[in-house]
Design a protein around this ligand. Structure first.
Ligand SMILES: Cc1ncc(COP(=O)(O)O)c(C=O)c1O
Length: 324
């Protein structure tokens, strides 16, 4: 970061930002990339660039875009949306087939289909490649583009044992975060065709996403892509270790077989505390776990969490469980 360039990314470009964007494009097998401040903005700009003229966006009901991005899809893009029922983040293909439709006098047509992998609300579940292909093929049959929220794309790639580009081949655009598990302090990259990314750049400017001297941030993003991807398997192993420990306390808390990546969803609905109360009780004892909804907690593993921290988290959870 100290050695990064200080060009103006919103004028004639910054060398370090361009290097990150080229690397991101190469890793996702796309022609171009655009650096953005956050995953939320990356999704917003992608939806603007694909569906600016309104229409319907179809996405899985638990999608982050629908549930955690404060309605930007409606309020800022002006698009309508329909949630499709899903299983572990994967849309029901028959329902998608029923809902995807052209614009007619009487129908608001589909302008975009979105996927999410790994899927946050589904506890870090990875979309199977065959599912992504089926969604992508269906969308294209209807001449509708596909966007993938890949905030944790590299977790999905590591879990599947494939390159990120093998996942991204089944989507027209994909965004991923260099923050989160990849450990950079800030930033996401949207990748797609050259034409799409040029269009996205205008929307990025519109929503205030031009970052000017963003070289030092991009430098951390380059380190993230070059050195942090292979170690994600350690986060996945730690998440499984946590899930196994919690499962031993009570099998209803979580199923270790459902833990595919670095997120662990813990069902506390059958206990005497709400998820918010659990979160507060754990926080008092030094363990950070957010309430994902009123019924469940979300634990996240990362570079600073090893065997010792996991065992401590399990011990602390046990103490709270026993009311100590
Ligand atoms: C699946 C998914 N997409 C997008 C985002 C948004 O990323 P950011 O917090 O960088 O806006 C998140 C954040 O947790 C996420 O889990």
């Amino acid at each position: 970061m100290r050695e990064a360039s200080y060009g103006d990314d919103s004028r004639d470009g910054d060398a370090t930002v361009m290097k990150l964007e080229a690397l991101a494009a190469e890793r996702t097998g796309k022609e171009a990339g655009a650096f953005m401040p956050s995953g939320t903005m990356t999704n917003l700009v992608a939806v603007l660039a694909h569906a600016q003229h309104g229409g319907e966006v179809l996405l899985e009901s638990g999608a982050h875009i629908l549930n955690s991005e404060l309605g930007g899809i409606a309020g800022l893009v002006g698009a309508f949306h329909k949630g499709i029922n899903g299983n572990r983040g994967a849309m029901d293909i028959d329902e998608l087939r029923e809902k995807i439709r052209p614009m007619t006098r009487n129908n608001l047509g589909t302008t975009l289909v979105c996927m999410e992998t790994t899927h946050n609300r589904a506890g870090g579940a990875v979309l199977p490649l065959a599912h992504m292909k089926a969604v992508y093929d269906l969308a294209h049959e209807h001449e509708v583009p596909a966007h993938t929220d890949g905030a944790r794309l590299f977790n999905a790639a590591v879990a599947l044992g494939v390159e990120a580009k093998e996942i991204a081949q089944y989507t027209d655009s994909v965004g991923f975060c260099v923050s989160k598990g990849l450990s950079a302090p800030v930033g996401s990259v949207l990748c797609g065709s050259k034409t799409f990314i040029e269009r996205a750049r205008t929307f990025r400017r519109m929503v205030g996403g031009n970052m000017r001297q963003a070289g030092p941030l991009a430098a951390a993003g380059i380190v993230a892509l070059e050195t942090m991807v292979n170690r994600l398997k350690d986060d996945h192993a730690m998440a499984r270790r946590l899930a196994v420990g919690l499962h031993k306390i009570d099998a209803r808390l979580c199923d270790p077989h459902e833990v595919e990546t670095n997120l662990v969803r813990v069902d506390v609905s059958f206990t005497s505390r709400s998820a918010a109360q659990w979160s507060a009780a754990l926080a008092q004892k030094g363990i950070a776990a957010s309430p994902a909804d009123p019924r469940s907690l979300r634990f996240v593993t990362h570079r600073h969490v090893g065997d010792g921290e996991i065992d401590e988290a399990i011990a602390t959870f046990t103490n709270v469980w026993k009311g100590e």
